[in-house]
Design a protein around this ligand. Structure first.
Ligand SMILES: Cc1cc2nc3c(=O)[nH]c(=O)nc-3n(C[C@H](O)[C@H](O)[C@H](O)COP(=O)(O)O)c2cc1C
Ligand SMILES: Nc1ncnc2c1ncn2[C@@H]1O[C@H](COP(=O)(O)OP(=O)(O)OP(=O)(O)O)[C@@H](O)[C@H]1O
Length: 278
């Protein structure tokens, strides 16, 4: 998968003649609803001889436009990229959602997208919206604008993916359930355990285990408690641990004192779905 900056790709349209299946969204956490949209995009690309493209944002437009308070992300950039690679996405385009960018109308935004590749199909969810609030577009207007810009292009709208309780799966719901410590529901909505990216964070070696400052995590954390978890190391090995999560610190203690701390390079901490055990 190749990664591009949106404005850079606009200035250097190396893909302008490439037939493309495109999906656009914030995709925070890449839950099962997001995965359904992206998988369909990749599937349509394979069926129609196109390449697939995911266009996403470095910051959540809804937060920038002040309709939602700031919140930490549900997944790191490298976690998102790994999942997109596994799904088979060819191109990832990231928008630096600046104050200037937030002024673009839906039509101006789509004109830029259609200038840097040849859009054959776009896949979005029923509640998709893009463009500055006064003129924002949903799936119906999207088809209208797209038909003008790329006459044979179609918009496909897969049905909503629901939770076991019949609610619409959303990043907002995943965040709510994570903050409540409902890790089983979080896992069910993500289609994988909730994982904390540990790669970039400095660690301190303690006698009992590894200590991290919670302030250094970019991702949203479950409530304070002791969790059963699995720690993945960069050599590919996985160690069963207990994660003692406090307000300011996270102490990771291996279940068996078997591991060479100094050589350990931690990659990710995967919370078991049962939730806090204390
Ligand atoms: C150029 C541009 C693209 C946008 N794309 C998205 C998007 O893909 N997903 C999203 O959730 N919000 C996106 N937004 C933000 C929504 O369009 C914004 O929340 C919406 O305009 C709010 O308007 P409403 O009051 O009509 O819902 C985008 C905004 C702009 C300016
Ligand atoms: N449960 C779902 N089923 C199918 N499509 C979905 C689902 N949730 C989101 N989508 C689609 O995925 C794309 C990206 O959506 P977005 O990242 O805004 O998702 P969200 O989970 O609803 O986020 P938030 O809860 O922060 O509003 C959009 O096209 C949206 O319609």
């Amino acid at each position: 998968m190749k990664r591009y900056d949106f404005m850079h790709l606009s200035a250097h349209p190396v893909l302008w003649q490439q037939d493309m299946a495109v999906c656009i969204g914030v995709f925070d956490g890449l839950h099962s609803g997001h995965q359904a949209i992206i998988r369909r995009c990749v599937e349509l690309a394979a069926q129609q001889g196109l390449e697939s493209m995911v266009i996403t944002f470095d910051k959540n437009p809804k937060m920038i436009m002040k309709s939602q308070p700031y919140h930490s992300k549900l997944a790191s950039e490298s976690q998102i990229e790994q999942i997109l690679v596994n799904i088979g996405v060819d191109h990832l385009v990231v928008i630096d959602f600046s104050a200037d960018f937030s002024k673009l109308t839906a039509e101006e935004f789509l004109t830029l997208v259609c200038a840097f590749c040849h859009v054959n199909v776009m896949v979005v969810g029923e509640d998709f919206r893009c463009g500055a609030p006064v003129s924002s577009a949903g799936p119906v207007q999207l088809q209208e604008y797209l038909s003008r810009l790329s006459p044979e292009a179609t918009v496909e709208i897969p049905p909503f993916v629901l939770t076991a309780d019949g609610e619409i799966t959303s990043s907002t719901l995943v965040r709510k359930k994570l903050l409540e410590g409902a890790l089983e529901e979080v896992q069910s909505m993500l289609g994988r355990p909730y994982e904390l990216d540990l790669v970039a964070y400095p660690s301190k070696f303690m006698e009992k285990g590894l200590l991290y400052r919670t302030a250094s995590f970019m991702q949203l954390l479950p409530p304070v408690g002791v969790y059963e978890a699995q720690l993945s190391l960069s050599d590919g090995s996985v160690v069963d641990v207990h994660a003692h999560l406090g307000e300011d610190e996270l102490l990771i203690v291996p279940d068996q004192a078997m591991w060479d701390w100094i050589a350990a390079r931690t990659k990710r901490l995967s919370f078991r779905a049962k939730g806090s055990i204390s």
